[in-house]
Design a protein. Structure first.
Length: 455
């Protein structure tokens, strides 16, 4: 029947049947192949995952083996160190016993020598007493015999002589016979070793001292120095201290900061519990560590952040304009009517209509802040300038000076003859004093603070 239909149907239908047959055959075979592909992909992924895990496990095993090798090495080192310490303990104790034995012999010899000296002295005193006793006994016998004399003439002849001899013997016996003290045999000896016993009872192996503590409330600072004070619980076991410091950059990870050895300044072999560091930058915060050291090791204190004071400066009278008068402390300036008394020098400001004065401290870098208390002036300039800046023109009109300026009610910044108006609010009720603060970041070498007024 199929052949019949094939013969009767047009050729295009035959082609369609062939295509359909082929497509049907392919459609029936495709699920098995897809399943095999999925299985193959899953196998590859699982193999890759297993391989990665195996690699990690092998790496972990290697790390564990290294760790175990280190632990075994540490155990061996512990055995070696323990044997060394035990040997050292026996050696030290034997030395202590030997010292005690030697001191025992020395003290025993001193006791025997003192005994011989005392017995010799006592034997001499006994001999003196015996002689006095013999003389006294003879005088007593002679005196008793004289008292029994019945012949008055003979008695008077012998009685006076005997009485004088008895009186002399009594007086001499009082001088020759010293007072006897039963404690005299022991007065020079005090065999009390209680303190030494306590020291021996406290014998122990030496450990590293406890960390010292920096007393920030006791620390002091100037513009270029900081004095650091600290305390230690193990002061008597500390051989020396070591002070370390560096500029504090705001880093909070002190461990990594401490490990950066190149940035630290170190002061070794300090014997006291305080130290003054000189030559620091003004207005700069530093971080300090103190290390307590002995033969067993060392320990660091907690970090302390201390700051130097700002650089103090005054107005330099040598640079002040002739029409300005500076106070005795060189912190205040005002208009001076007696300008003819002052001679002109190259250092002085000599501009017309603008009168200035420079500070007495040169600034090489950093961020600096100062305040100026003003009276009724509404024209002024405050800033920094190179030492070589022209003195015969307004500050800020050249490339060597930077100023913050007020012109009546306008506020502006000026440099190299370029001005920019800035917003500023000053509460000026009548002519009350006004505080003007200025913060300038200085990167120029040898810059100096300058202040100018316009009358």
């Amino acid at each position: 029947l199929l052949c019949f239909h094939l013969l009767c149907f047009p050729s295009f239908f035959i082609n369609f049947l062939c295509i359909s047959f082929i497509f049907s055959f392919a459609f029936q075979v495709s699920p098995a192949r897809v399943s095999e592909a999925v299985m193959e992909a899953s196998k590859t992924s699982a193999a890759q995952t297993l391989g990665n895990n195996l690699t990690n496990l092998v790496k972990r095993n290697s790390e564990l083996e290294n760790q175990m090798a280190k632990l075994i090495q540490i155990c061996q080192q512990v055995e070696v160190n323990t044997a060394m310490h035990e040997s050292k303990l026996v050696e030290e104790c034997d030395e202590l016993v030997e010292i005690i034995r030697q001191r025992k012999q020395v003290i025993a010899v001193k006791i025997k020598e003192s005994k011989v000296m005392k017995l010799r002295k006592l034997a001499q005193q006994i001999a003196n007493c015996r002689q006095c006793l013999e003389r006294s006994s003879a005088l007593i016998t002679q005196a008793e015999h004289s008292l029994k004399e019945n012949d008055h003439t003979r008695f008077l002849q012998t009685a006076r002589n005997v009485a004088e001899r008895v009186a002399m013997a009594t007086a001499s016996s009082q001088v020759l016979i010293p007072d006897v003290n039963l404690n005299e045999a022991f007065d020079n000896f005090a065999l009390d070793f209680s303190r030494e016993k306590k020291i021996l009872e406290g014998l122990d192996y030496l450990t590293a001292p406890n960390p010292p503590s920096i007393r920030e409330e006791l620390c002091t600072a100037s513009h270029d120095t900081i004095t650091v004070h600290w305390t230690s619980e193990d002061e008597f076991s500390v051989t020396s201290y070591e002070l370390q410091y560096t500029i504090y950059t705001g880093q909070t990870n002190f461990i990594s900061l401490y490990n950066s050895v190149d940035s630290w300044m170190i002061v070794p072999n300090i014997k006291q519990n305080h130290y003054t560091v000189h030559g620091l930058q003004s207005g700069t915060r530093y971080i300090f560590f103190v290390k307590a050291i002995n033969q067993a090791g060392s320990r660091n204190s907690e970090p302390a952040r201390l700051k130097t004071n700002s650089q103090p400066f005054k107005l330099d009278p040598k640079t002040a304009h002739k029409k300005l008068r500076l106070s005795n402390d060189c912190l205040t300036m005002e208009k001076d009517e007696s300008s003819l008394k002052k001679s002109h020098t190259p250092e002085r400001f000599s501009g017309t209509g603008s009168y200035g004065a420079a500070g007495n401290v040169f600034i090489d870098s950093g961020c600096h802040y100062w305040e100026v208390l003003l009276g009724a002036s509404t024209w002024y300039a405050l800033g920094v300038a190179y030492k070589s800046a022209p003195k015969n023109e307004w500050s800020g009109k050249n490339s060597s000076s930077w100023v913050f300026s007020r012109c009546n009610n306008n506020f502006l910044v000026r440099h190299n003859n370029k001005e920019s108006i800035v917003e500023a609010s000053l509460r000026l009720s009548s002519f009350s004093h006004t505080v003007v603060s200025s913060v300038l970041a200085v990167s120029a070498a040898a810059a100096v603070m300058c202040l100018g007024l316009t009358f």
